[in-house]
Design a protein around this ligand. Sequence first.
Ligand code: IMP
Length: 412
Amino acid sequence: MITITSKLGQVSAIIGAQWGDEGKGKVTDIIAEEYDVIARACGGANAGHTIVVDGKQYIFHLIPSGALHEGKDIIIGSGMVLHLPTLLEEIKVIRDSGVDVVPRLHISHEAHILFDYHMAMDEVFEQQRAKIKGKGIGTTMRGIGPAYIDKAARTGIRMESLGKNLEEELKDKAQSLSELYGINVDIEKELSQIKEASEVLGETVTDAIELIHDYLKGGKNILVEGAQGTHLDIDHGTYPYVTSSSTTISGALQGLGLPPNALNTTIGIAKAYCTRVGEGEFFTEVEGEVGDRLRERGGEYGATTGRPRRCGWLALRDLRKSAQLNGLTHWNITKLDVLDEEEVIPVAVDEDGGKPVYKELPGWKASTKGFTSFDELPENAQSFIGFIEEQTGVPVGFIGTGPGREEMIIRV
Ligand code: IMP
């Protein structure tokens, strides 16, 4: 039998190529079957990975999407910021569906804890930005920026501290947050959340670097699950309208302690059109009737916040940059079926003074929903995929044709 891993190699990564929400969860979930280890490297509960199994929808924020597959080892890497009550809740939801992840969960002792006060800080910072600049970043309010501020300022608390008495440390924090921002930290609540987490997760905290290198030596297949998207990267994204972590492959490697030469393939995930949540540049955005149609057909509402996503057309400039930054070896173009009704499909081939230069491709005006074979796709849909390949120099290995696990064309 020809397996996907035999084509993709021992270590493969899945990276968002737009502004997040590209549908990374689904391809991860499909190919996770063939991997021994599924790892998340960066970000926190700002991510919302939606997968649908047997008609039931799951949204994961911290646990990798591949976790529903029994028997897979799961790593939460040092690059992550973890809100522990959210993690416990996710573990519970998965357990309620009959799968226990705790015995195979390994959390880096270097990952940072994201406390409730980080979320309170997020809110204060957004309000301050709105007051000074007239608008905020439009963060997910999950405390991500403030948790990474603490990490960079070397005042964060890491998972290795789970089980230690953090009362004095939290009292100091509470005092400075009260003085600086008027934030009232509920120390008792924070301490009890930590206690509960340490009872459930104590055994899972480990030296994840040693572990991942043991896996490598042992020939285990590792799937790295990126979060957010390349254009939300703190360095290379549309700054300052970005998240606070490195969302590219480099950040994923760093967040797991994986050396670059361990990596075999990187799959870039991009919708057949484009969406963005929050503020910031989006030069192919379309508002009005067309934008609304894409939003409704694509179900474009945030998995984490429920916010309606801004919608627009595919921008090849952005895909080319993602291909460069991440060294993409394959594309997964998702949600092709959302374009089924379009008469013409504008694709931005370039940019001129901040405005898109569109090429209008003919639509296919036929259902592609649930298709699993490329050859059966309407000719214009095949040409659309071929155009992306030609313009970006990266082959399309996966094409999403619906939300279900089985609705995918695989051609690696
Ligand atoms: P933060 O990561 O919550 O600080 O939000 C910063 C920006 O990144 C906002 O525009 C968010 O909407 C966006 N963002 C963060 N995580 C995701 C994600 O997983 N999908 C889509 N957008 C995200």
